[in-house]
Write a protein that binds this ligand. Sequence first.
Ligand SMILES: Nc1ncnc2c1ncn2[C@@H]1O[C@H](COP(=O)(O)OP(=O)(O)O)[C@@H](O)[C@H]1O
Ligand SMILES: [Mg+2]
Length: 363
Amino acid sequence: MSLQTLGVIAVYINNNKIEELDFFRKLSVYSGKEGLQIALFTPQDVDDHKSEIRALFYDKTLKKWVRKRTPIPTLIYDRCRYHGKATYQMLSKFRRTHPNLNYIAKPLANKWSIHNVLSGHARIASSIPETHPYSSALLEKMLKKYRSIYLKPRNGTGGRGIIRVSYLEDGTYQIQGRYKNRQIFNAERVQLKQLPSKLRKHYVNDQYIMQQGIASLLVNGRVCDFRLLIQKNGEGKWDVTGCAGRIGPTRSITSNLHGGGKAITIGSLLQQKFTKSQMSTIKENMYDLSTIIANALEDHYGSLCELGIDLAVDPHGDVWLLEVNPKPSREVFKRIGEQNTYLTAITRPLEYASWLLKKEQER
Ligand SMILES: Nc1ncnc2c1ncn2[C@@H]1O[C@H](COP(=O)(O)OP(=O)(O)O)[C@@H](O)[C@H]1O
Ligand SMILES: [Mg+2]
């Protein structure tokens, strides 16, 4: 049986290392079952004159990556994350030069644009915390309405540059958060009047959004939220692969795993606050909301294959959308020991790609 090729485009990070190489190895190992082979390449490996790439293929017998020239595959799984302007420009150029390839994953826009798309949908809007572009005057108004406000860079990821302003009982405000390099900075207590200048010192500008903080604190004061993975399955339909809880480290206002967050099963996290029947309603709401979000984003941005959705649950058990990630990692399921979910998270893009290729051939 001849294998069809799924191209995986990725980027080099430091020391010429390809990001997520271990994931790509696993994709390659499981691809044969779906009648596929993985051709891994970066924008630097493209030879436009010959419409060829110098791709890496994983050799299961030799247990190593082998480089071979191959035509540019027609189906592409884009796993490039933002690592600075240079790689971003190379990737954009590749997309511009090859607009007719079938990209199963797409870079979505920034947090504010995604917010605007989703807030136009009645069933989603009520689950989105109030969000605006940052302005110091509006921040003051929002702080009258909510106890805490999250400030996030529009293009940020992994908890970088996120700041929380909270109202304290004595009438002052606390600023907490992380620098752009993700390090936690020391909390500061300031007067309302001092807020704009203090925030400017933390590089908060019009490239930030501000968002109603969702009170999703654990008893011991740590922040927690949930990461849900929704993927297209082998029938081309959206299906929730799994959902896990994340608990931030002490002093942290974010729960991201790369910022020291701990992964925990959804059940263990929810049972700390909710009854069994509340838990199943919350889970159902999470799954429903995520499916509606996936369809709404697809209507706007064109077809997608997977999304990582950050959700918070407030003390009433209401589910809130914090963020949508178009290039989600699947490590959280490995960390909580859900091996089957982890495996499904790896194999679903292969099943979906194989379904797409079959559909194309039938045409
Ligand atoms: N509005 C909010 N209310 C409560 N917690 C939030 C809010 N926004 C973000 N967080 C916390 O900060 C983390 C990072 O925020 P997120 O919007 O997902 O940005 P990033 O792209 O950096 O992951 C979330 O996982 C959550 O722990
Ligand atoms: Mg996030």
